[in-house]
Design a protein around this ligand. Structure first.
Ligand code: ASP
Length: 308
C-alpha cells in the first residue's frame, strides 16, 4: 500500500474501570501523541521514526507503565524492557532489564542501528547506552510514592499483576505498557513496545515486550504488531509472529488475523492481554481478552480515533 499512512498506539491492556474524567485525560494524551506521529508520516517520514517518536512520548508520561511511569519489581526497583522492529528488512533492536534510562525505546533503536546485535540486557545494555551518550536519570525520576504504594499493596496480596483490578482495588490507579505500530506512505511497517513489566515481578524477569515475535513484530510483507498483557502468555505463543503468519499463510487482513491470534492465545494458554495490528494494506485492528486496551489510531490517513 503506497501513499496512505496508518498509525496505532496503545497504553496497555487492563481490567480496571476508568472514570469518565480519567478516560478524557487518557484520550487527550493519546490523541496528542497520535498527532505527533501523524506529523511525521504526513510529511513522508519513516514508519520507524513515527513509532519511536510515539513510544518516547508515552514513555515520558508517568500515566503509563513504561519509562518514567514503570512499575516496580519485587525489590522495589525499575527494570524496563523495550523493542523496535523495522519491517523493511526485519532489522530489530531490543533491550531488557534496564534501569536509569528515560527512553528504553531509544536505546532499542540504537541497538538496532549502532550495534551488530538484536538484544542487549542489563549491565551490558546500560554500558552501551552510556557509550551512545544517553543520559542516566536519578532513581527518583522513576520511583514515585504512588509506585511504592502500589507495590506494597500487591505484595500484601502475594501476586504479580498487570494492574490493580485483580486485586479488586477499583479506585486505585491503573497503568499500561505502551506500543506503537505504523505504516508509512512508502509502504514500510514498523512496531515498537516498551514496558516496566509486571508489578512485583521477580528481579531479573523479562517479559514479552523485548522478544521479537512475542511482544513486537513488523514485516513489510505482512503487518506490524505490538502486544500488551501477561508477557509469559505472549512468549509461549509467540503471538505477534503468529499474527504475521496468519496474514502471510492464510491471506487474512489485520482484523481477522488479530482475532484468530487472540483466540489462539486464549485457547492454548488462557492468555491475558491484547494486540494492536496494522496490515500492509493499512487496515488497523485491535483485539484483547482484558476488559480494556486503551488505544488510538489513524487508518489510511483518516481521522484520529481513541478507544478504550
Ligand atoms: N507485557 C508486559 C510484560 O509482561 C506487561 C504489559 O503489557 O503491561 O512485561
Amino acid at each position: 500500500m503506497k501513499n496512505q499512512y496508518s498509525l496505532m498506539i496503545h497504553g496497555g491492556a487492563e481490567n480496571s474501570t476508568k472514570s469518565e474524567a480519567d478516560k478524557l485525560r487518557y484520550q487527550d494524551i493519546l490523541l496528542e501523541v497520535l498527532q505527533q506521529g501523524r506529523e511525521i508520516l504526513k510529511k513522508g517520514g519513516n514508519a520507524i521514526q513515527a513509532v519511536e517518536r510515539c513510544a518516547i512520548l508515552l514513555e515520558d508520561n508517568p500515566l503509563f507503565n513504561a519509562g518514567c511511569g514503570s512499575v516496580l519489581d519485587e525489590k522495589g526497583k525499575v527494570e524496563m524492557d523495550a523493542a523496535i522492529m523495522d519491517g523493511r528488512d526485519l532489522s530489530a533492536g531490543a533491550v531488557a532489564g534496564i534501569s536509569y534510562f528515560a527512553n528504553p525505546i531509544r536505546l532499542a533503536r540504537l541497538v538496532m542501528t549502532e550495534s551488530q546485535h538484536v538484544m542487549l540486557i542489563g549491565e551490558g545494555a546500560m554500558r552501551f547506552a552510556d557509550i551512545c551518550g544517553l543520559q542516566r536519570m536519578p532513581e527518583e525520576y522513576f520511583i514515585t510514592p504512588e509506585r511504592v504504594e502500589e507495590l506494597k499493596q500487591v505484595k500484601l496480596l502475594g501476586e504479580v499483576l498487570l494492574d490493580y483490578d485483580q486485586a479488586r482495588q477499583e479506585e486505585a490507579n491503573k497503568y499500561g505498557t505502551i506500543g506503537a505500530v505504523a505504516l508509512d506512505v512508502n509502504g514500510n511497517l514498523a512496531a515498537a513496545t516498551s514496558t516496566g513489566g509486571l508489578i512485583n515481578k521477580k528481579f531479573g524477569r523479562l517479559g514479552d515486550s523485548p522478544i521479537i515475535g512475542a511482544g513486537v513484530f513488523a514485516d513489510n510483507e505482512t503487518c506490524g504488531v505490538s502486544a500488551t498483557g501477561y508477557g509469559e502468555d505472549f512468549i509461549r505463543t509467540v503471538l505477534s509472529k503468529r499474527v504475521s503468519d496468519m496474514i502471510e499463510f492464510k491471506n487474512y487482513n489485520a482484523q481477522k488475523a488479530a482475532k484468530a491470534a487472540i483466540e489462539y492465545l486464549v485457547r492454548k494458554v488462557n492468555g491475558r492481554g491484547g494486540i494492536i495490528v496494522i496490515d500492509k494494506a493499512g487496515h488497523c485492528a485491535c483485539q484483547y481478552t482484558t476488559k480494556h486496551l486503551i488505544h488510538a489510531f489513524i487508518e489510511k490517513g483518516g481521522e484520529s480515533v481513541c478507544r478504550f
